[in-house]
Write a protein that binds this ligand. Structure first.
Ligand SMILES: NC(=O)c1ccc[n+]([C@@H]2O[C@H](COP(=O)([O-])OP(=O)(O)OC[C@H]3O[C@@H](n4cnc5c(N)ncnc54)[C@H](OP(=O)(O)O)[C@@H]3O)[C@@H](O)[C@H]2O)c1
Length: 404
C-alpha cells in the first residue's frame, strides 16, 4: 500500500496539472492587497508547535526525519517591504497558462508592477484580457513585454521556452533578472538550447501545485509551498530576489533546492501514474462490476485513504482502517515496493539522461500540441474506469453538478 499511496499522490499531482489546463478562466477582480501576512503568522505559529525548529523569524532550519533543511517563509516579507523591494521593477510575465494566471494575478494583487507578454493570436491573450490585463498597458506581445520588464518571468510552456529562445535571448540584457518556474530549460540546455546570458541573475520559484491552486490558496489568505533555486548569481542578491518573488507570487513556505534537483524530482514525480488502471482492470477481469471496481480503487483511495495520509501520515491511515485491511496492506506493502523500485529507477534514469525532456520538447513543440493533447485526454476520458467514475461521483453525498 505504501507504494500505491506514493504513486497515487503523484497521479493526483499530474491530474491537477492536467485539470489546471482545462479549467475555464474566471475573470478575477484585483483583491485588496493587504491581508496575507496576518494569516501566515497564524499558520507559522501552528507549524512551530508541530516541528522542531531552529532559527529566527521567517528563516528556519527544520528537521525532516533526520535531515536538516532550511525553509523560508513570507513573514519576513510583509507587504510594505515587498512593495518597496520591487518598487523600481517591472515583472514581465511571459506566458499565461496555469502558472501565468496564478502567479501574475497574485503579484498584481500584492501591489507590484506586473505586465503580461503572450503571442497576440493565441488563446492566452484572450484569457489574459478576460482577467483584466489591458492591451497596450499591461498586456503586450512577448518581445515588447520583455523589453519593458526588469524581471523576466518565463512561464511559457517548456517546449515554447526552447522554441522562442533565439528571439528572447538577445532581449535579456544586463540588469534584468531571468526567472523560471521549472529547471527544465536550463538544466537540459543541450536539448533546449536555452543558455542564459552570463551577466544576469537566473533564479527559480517552482510552486508545488497548479497555477489554479496558487491562485485559490492566495485568495484564501494562505500560500502554496514552493521551491526556490539560483542558477546564476551576478548581483549577489539572486537568492534574496528568488525568495521575495516567491512571496510575491503567492508562496507561504519556500524550500531551497537546485535547478537540477527540482527538474529531476518534478519530472520523475509527475510520471509515476498508472496503478489505478491496473487495479481496476484486474477487478473487472474477475467479474466485478464497473461501479464496484471503481469504488474499491479510485474512489476509496482518493476520497478516504489519501486524504488521511495527507492529513496525518501513513501510520494514521493504517490505524483508521479495519484490522483486516491493515494486515493485508502491511503484508503487501513490501511486495509492491519491490516490484515498483526497478520501474522508478528506470524512470529516474530516463529523466536524468534527458529522454523525457526530448519527448516533451517534441510533443509540446508541435503547432498542434493543444489538439493532440486533447485527443489523448479524450481517449482517457472515454476509458471505462473514468466513465464509471463519473457516475460514482454523481452519487457522492456532497455532489454538486457545477463542480464537475
Ligand atoms: N502547471 C503546473 O502545475 C506547473 C507547476 C509548477 C511549475 N510549472 C512550470 O511553469 C511554466 C509554465 O507552465 P504552465 O502550466 O503555466 O503553462 P503551459 O500550459 O505549459 O504553457 C502555456 C503558455 O505557453 C504558451 N505557448 C505555448 N506554445 C507557444 C509558442 N510556440 N510560442 C509562444 N507561446 C507559446 C501558451 O500561449 P498560447 O495560449 O498562445 O498557446 C501559454 O501562454 C513551465 O515551465 C512549467 O513547467 C507548471
Amino acid at each position: 500500500m505504501a507504494s500505491i499511496a506514493r504513486t497515487a499522490s503523484q497521479s493526483l499531482r499530474a491530474a491537477s496539472r492536467r485539470a489546471a489546463r482545462t479549467l475555464p478562466t474566471v475573470a478575477v477582480k484585483p483583491a485588496q492587497a493587504a491581508s496575507y501576512s496576518l494569516l501566515s503568522k497564524a499558520a507559522a505559529a501552528k507549524a512551530a508547535q508541530r516541528a522542531p525548529i531552529a532559527g529566527t523569524r521567517g528563516v528556519k532550519t527544520l528537521d525532516f526525519a533526520g535531515t536538516k533543511e532550511t525553509v523560508y517563509e513570507r513573514s519576513d516579507w510583509p507587504l510594505a517591504k515587498l512593495q518597496d523591494y520591487f518598487k523600481n521593477d517591472t515583472l514581465a510575465l511571459i506566458g499565461y497558462g496555469s502558472q501565468g494566471h496564478g502567479q501574475g494575478l497574485n503579484a498584481r494583487d500584492n501591489g507590484l508592477n506586473v505586465i503580461v507578454g503572450v503571442r497576440k493570436d493565441g488563446e492566452s491573450w484572450k484569457q489574459a484580457e478576460a482577467d483584466g490585463w489591458v492591451p497596450g498597458e499591461t498586456l503586450f506581445p512577448i518581445e515588447e513585454a520583455i523589453k519593458k520588464g526588469t524581471i523576466i518571468m518565463n512561464l511559457l510552456s517548456d517546449a515554447a521556452q526552447s522554441q522562442t529562445w533565439p528571439t528572447i535571448a538577445p532581449l535579456i540584457t544586463p540588469g534584468k533578472t531571468l526567472y523560471f518556474s521549472h529547471g527544465f530549460s536550463v538544466v537540459f540546455k543541450e536539448d533546449t538550447k536555452v543558455i542564459p546570458p552570463k551577466d544576469v541573475d537566473v533564479i527559480l520559484v517552482a510552486p508545488k501545485g497548479s497555477g489554479r491552486t496558487v491562485r485559490t490558496l492566495f485568495k484564501e489568505g494562505r500560500g502554496i509551498n514552493s521551491s526556490i533555486a539560483v542558477w546564476q548569481d551576478v548581483t549577489g542578491k539572486a537568492k534574496e530576489k528568488a525568495i521575495a518573488l516567491g512571496v510575491a507570487v503567492g508562496s507561504g513556505y519556500l524550500y531551497e533546492t537546485t535547478f537540477e534537483k527540482e527538474v529531476y524530482s518534478d519530472l520523475y514525480g509527475e510520471r509515476g501514474v498508472g496503478l489505478f488502471l491496473a487495479q481496476y482492470q484486474v477487478l473487472r477481469k474477475n467479474g466485478h462490476t464497473p461501479s464496484e471496481a471503481f469504488n474499491e480503487t479510485v474512489e476509496e483511495a482518493t476520497q478516504s485513504l489519501y486524504p488521511l495520509i495527507g492529513q496525518k501520515g501513513m501510520d494514521y491511515m493504517f490505524n483508521a482502517c479495519s484490522t483486516t485491511a491493515r494486515r493485508g496492506a502491511l503484508d503487501w506493502a513490501p511486495v509492491f515496493e519491490k516490484a515498483n523500485v526497478p520501474i522508478f529507477e528506470q524512470l529516474y534514469e530516463s529523466v536524468r539522461n534527458g529522454t523525457e525532456t526530448r519527448k516533451s520538447l517534441e510533443f509540446n513543440g508541435r503547432s498542434t500540441y493543444r489538439q493532440d493533447l486533447a485527443k489523448e485526454l479524450a481517449e482517457i476520458d472515454n476509458q471505462e474506469i473514468w466513465r464509471a467514475g463519473k457516475v460514482v461521483r454523481s452519487l457522492r453525498p456532497d455532489y454538486k453538478p457545477e463542480s464537475e
